[in-house]
Design a protein around this ligand. Structure first.
Ligand code: FAD
Length: 258
């Protein structure tokens, strides 16, 4: 019987386990990972160097990078933000460097440094980790969560954290536990436009262009790139994220104002 069962051994699940131990050292915690090893995505992150955080220390500025989740994230960032992450890693002997573009990397230039730090912490915190675990279903009976593995083993826990990253498994479990799920929508895409002469300028980019979706509150200023079928570049990509819901509702037929 566990206090907390964490499903998924990516950085999200592993950090959640470590932070929970910080709240109460006596918590009995287990991480159930489907794959052969935990933290596998960190290995390839940042081209193998792991861009571990960003040196933007004002939560109000930080949330501007999350066009549709800023409001929800502000209280989280007020509790733990990139500055805390840097301090957390440095306290554990990880030396970091901040690039001019504010990206933060280990000075070793190796994502393995971050993996090793997390693995050491997990070991020292007495958190159980089990890889190659296939969960068949998760249910809640009375006040306890029951996790059934494909081996028929049953694991009981008072709390479950679903940290399955972008895997659809987490959604399936959340639905089974009666959580409501917002439908997925495309985001972070370029815009296609009707054929006009402007497409002849394909390859041209321009800085500091204000773009907005007509009859919407969504506006972005930044670089744009004219492509062979429309517009791309940071301001367009961000605008697609800001207006993801509206664009979907309007079947991607909107007027772009520049
Ligand atoms: C090529 C690449 C480069 C990247 N570079 C960076 C970077 O430099 N900096 C950065 O911040 N981010 C980077 N990212 C993004 C970053 O890797 C992710 O944001 C991060 O891994 C998300 O962590 P997570 O724990 O939420 O999910 P994941 O890392 O996806 O972990 C989820 C875990 O859950 C497990 N799982 C799934 N289903 C089940 C199940 N049913 N039962 C048990 N376990 C399950 C998976 O096997 C996985 O181990 C990069 C991503 C990629 C692909």
């Amino acid at each position: 019987m566990y206090d907390i069962i964490i499903v998924g051994g990516g950085p999200g699940g592993i950090f959640a386990a470590l932070q929970a131990k910080k709240v109460n050292k006596r918590f009995k915690i287990i991480v159930l990972e489907k794959g052969r090893s935990i933290l596998s995505k960190i290995k390839v992150s940042g081209g193998g160097r792991c861009n571990v955080t960003n040196a933007t220390f004002d939560p109000k500025e930080l949330i501007l990078n999350y066009p549709r989740g800023g409001k929800e994230l502000i209280s989280a960032f007020n509790q733990f933000q990139p500055f805390d992450m840097i301090k957390w890693l440095e306290k554990r002997g990880v030396s970091l460097k901040i690039n001019q573009d504010r990206k933060v990397f280990p000075t070793s230039n190796s994502s393995q440094t971050i993996i090793d730090c997390f693995l050491k912490e997990i070991k020292n915190s007495n958190i159980q980790v089990r890889c190659n675990q296939n969960i068949e279903n998760i249910s809640k009976k009375n006040d306890l969560f029951e996790i059934v593995l494909d081996t028929r083993e049953i694991i009981l826990g008072k709390k479950v954290v679903l940290a399955t990253g972008s895997s659809s498994d987490g959604l399936k479990f959340a639905k089974e536990l009666k959580h409501s799920i917002d439908p997925f929508l495309p985001s972070l895409f370029s815009f296609k436009i009707k054929k006009t002469d402007i497409l002849k300028l394909s390859g041209l980019s321009q800085k500091d262009v204000e773009v907005s979706l007509k009859n919407s509150p969504y506006t972005q200023t930044g670089s744009i790139l004219i492509t062979h079928e429309g517009f791309s570049g940071p301001s367009i990509i961000n605008l697609s994220s800001l207006g993801a819901k509206l664009l979907h509702e309007k079947k991607y037929q909107l007027i772009l104002i520049s």
